[in-house]
Design a protein around this ligand. Structure first.
Ligand code: 1HN
Length: 352
């Protein structure tokens, strides 16, 4: 790095004049910022942060009185990372929000380049329709709406439904590749019966001539919590936990073995009663939602307890540990698949 102290005021002023001159012609000196651009380790302004569900839920109730889902198009409270406010980002690459849909409400059909995932936090039986197939949602279910798929939501039950939305909004903005379209009708016409995609692709089979396309999202769009928790319970009953992750599974595209969507990886993990994880960090900033129990999260500069339905974010390369008294289940999502595809992803596990 240039040591400013060794530079005489005359030279500094001369350089400043040069920078201003070339700036008027849209040039800039790399040497003034090289070390901020190429850092030894990730150093974004993104911070570790925690959103309590009780507080979020009260704000959602207030929002419910201020605006309908239809008028809002989507009634969502964005979870803004406190280190990067105003960018609709929870990490530099990802967006997260909490969406509420009240009994009788409709969130009209649209599609966009951004890929979305939902993790249901509250409610049972509201629906989402993805590319003409309706699916009822319940707590803990993981649902995807891949890039450019039509989607609308509705709630015919008598209780509110709340879910966590995760999208690649900042990533798509960075690439300047955002396209969107509104549906001509509020709700899509059904093209297939409910459960069709699970029956075609979710039974370890696929239609004989179906060819997976690289980087295409999973044809399965609803992953039930009943299945996920049975898988976690089986692992927990018959193996020892990973020292950093406990028992952790990734949601995959059954046709490729890759992630359910190309830009966002999604995971679910069980931390058994009494578990204390070994310190861990990775280059993929990760958003967590607590599905069952509670967890104490420890980082160098912050320790907090995340209770059921709370959301928290661990930025890239921040070492963290999880401690639980009772069994806990955490859902999480990150940009890991993008980093892996580009050969960028790194992790560091503490010495075991
Ligand atoms: C969106 O389409 C949904 O469809 C939710 O439920 C959140 C945030 C940004 C852009 C599009 C939805 C969104 C979104």
């Amino acid at each position: 790095m240039l040591n400013q102290k060794q530079i005489s005021p005359e030279v500094r002023a001369e350089r400043q004049r040069f920078y201003e001159k070339i700036g008027r012609d849209d040039f800039a000196p790399l040497w003034e910022q090289l070390h901020n651009l190429v850092t030894k380790v990730p150093t974004s302004d993104c911070r570790t942060a925690h959103w309590e569900y009780a507080k979020a839920r009260a704000y959602l109730d207030e929002a419910g009185e201020l605006i309908t889902a239809k008028e809002a198009e989507r009634r969502v409270l964005i979870l803004e990372n406190p280190g990067i406010r105003g960018k609709a980002a929870i990490t530099p690459a990802l967006y997260a929000g909490l969406q509420m849909i009240l009994p009788g409400e409709v969130a009209p059909a649209h599609r966009h380049s951004q890929s979305a995932l939902r993790l249901i936090l509250e409610g049972d039986g509201a629906f989402t329709t993805v590319d003409g197939e309706q699916s009822l949602m319940k707590r803990g279910d993981f649902i995807i709406t891949p890039s450019w798929t039509w989607h609308d939501h509705g709630n015919h039950t008598d209780t509110p439904m709340v879910w966590l939305d995760g999208l690649d909004v900042p990533m798509v903005a960075m690439l300047d590749a955002s396209f969107a379209e509104s549906g001509t009708t509020e709700a899509q016409t059904f093209l297939r019966p409910p459960g069709d995609s699970s029956l075609r692709f979710g039974n370890n089979m696929a239609p004989v001539d179906w060819q997976p396309t690289p980087n295409r999202a999973s044809p399965l769009f609803s992953y039930s919590y009943t299945n996920a928790s049975a898988s976690l319970a089986a692992m927990a009953a018959s193996s020892t936990p990973d020292t950093c992750h406990g028992y952790k599974l990734r949601y995959l595209n059954p046709l490729t073995g890759g992630p359910a969507m190309p830009t966002i990886g999604a995971y679910i993990q069980l931390l058994p009663a009494g578990f204390s994880s070994a310190p861990y960090r990775s280059s993929a900033g990760t958003i967590f939602a607590v599905i069952e129990g509670g967890v104490t999260v420890v980082t160098a500069d912050k320790t907090f307890i995340a209770g059921t339905n709370d959301v928290f974010v661990i930025p890239s390369w921040v070492t963290h540990e999880f401690n639980v008294m009772e069994k806990a289940v955490l859902f999480s999502f990150s940009d890991r698949p993008v980093q892996e595809t580009l050969g960028l992803w790194r992790e560091q596990r503490s010495a075991e």
